[in-house]
Design a protein around this ligand. Structure first.
Ligand SMILES: *Cc1c(COP(=O)(O)O)cnc(C)c1O
Length: 236
């Protein structure tokens, strides 16, 4: 077994175990393999091992890799997730590459995505990124006070070429994974309020949990975990 396969099976087992501990169905949790900094060959190898969801965080890097991967796997069953901060001026290049954008962090960005999605005639699944910890280094909507956040969510949910499916967050770096748990819980609680407020949408997704903290994120209801290092090794 290759090191990649070994790592991947170990991560999948940990997801299954974390779901079981939380009395959740592991099939309801999507593993997004985060391939930033890793080459096309690594992505193809992970695809051959059954991975169908990949995450990238930079548009330029994605533009140099995604078309090559897609051209080698026809028809491509891959869902490409944009998980990094997206500048407005890169929206045009983003749309043809990605199938799902996790990092919508302003109404202006959402409007721009909507306009370009309309131009391509596609409806784009998105998540609202929330800066739960309030760290200045992080992007995302402030979850408090609630009203401005709900106003933004209402407007974004009304954009016809976007399909707002939930929330995404990045927890702070902490010494022990359990210390990240309150941030994941806060995102879930915010989602539950959002759902009560705007029940016409399911707001079904919580994209939360990375290599160091995905098990506690699953305990708090993560439906999408974004994992890089535990599968592909350290980035250089
Ligand atoms: C890099 C990255 C990940 C994956 O991080 P790992 O620690 O390698 O698992 C997840 N989410 C985002 C937004 C990232 O930029």
């Amino acid at each position: 077994m290759s090191e990649l396969e070994h790592n991947l099976r170990a991560v999948q087992q940990r997801i299954t175990d974390a779901a079981a501990r939380a009395h959740r169905d592991a099939n309801a949790i999507t593993l997004v393999a985060v391939t930033k900094t890793f080459p096309v060959e690594t992505i193809l190898a992970a695809h051959a091992l059954g991975i169908r969801h990949f995450g990238e965080n930079r548009v330029e890097e994605a533009a140099s890799k995604i078309p090559i991967v897609n051209s080698q796997i026809v028809p491509s069953p891959i869902t490409w997730h944009m998980i990094g901060h997206l500048q407005s001026r890169k929206v045009k290049a983003t749309l043809p590459l990605f199938d799902f954008v996790h990092s919508v962090d302003s109404v202006a960005l959402a409007r721009r995505l909507n306009d370009h999605a309309q131009g391509l005639g596609k409806r784009l699944p998105i998540l609202l990124e929330v800066n739960v910890s309030g760290e200045a280094t992080k992007y995302g909507f402030a979850p408090t006070p609630r009203e401005p956040f709900f106003d933004a969510a209402r407007e974004i949910a009304s954009l016809p070429y976007l399909d707002a499916q939930g929330l995404m967050t990045i927890a702070p770096i902490v010494a022990r994974p359990v210390e990240a748990r309150p941030y994941f819980r806060a995102l879930r609680e915010l989602r539950d309020e959002l759902r009560a407020r705007f029940p016409e949408r399911a707001w079904q997704h919580l994209s939360m949990g990375m290599t160091d903290d995905f098990e506690v994120a699953i305990a708090e209801g993560a439906t999408i975990v974004r994992i890089g290092r535990a599968i592909f090794g350290e980035r250089h």
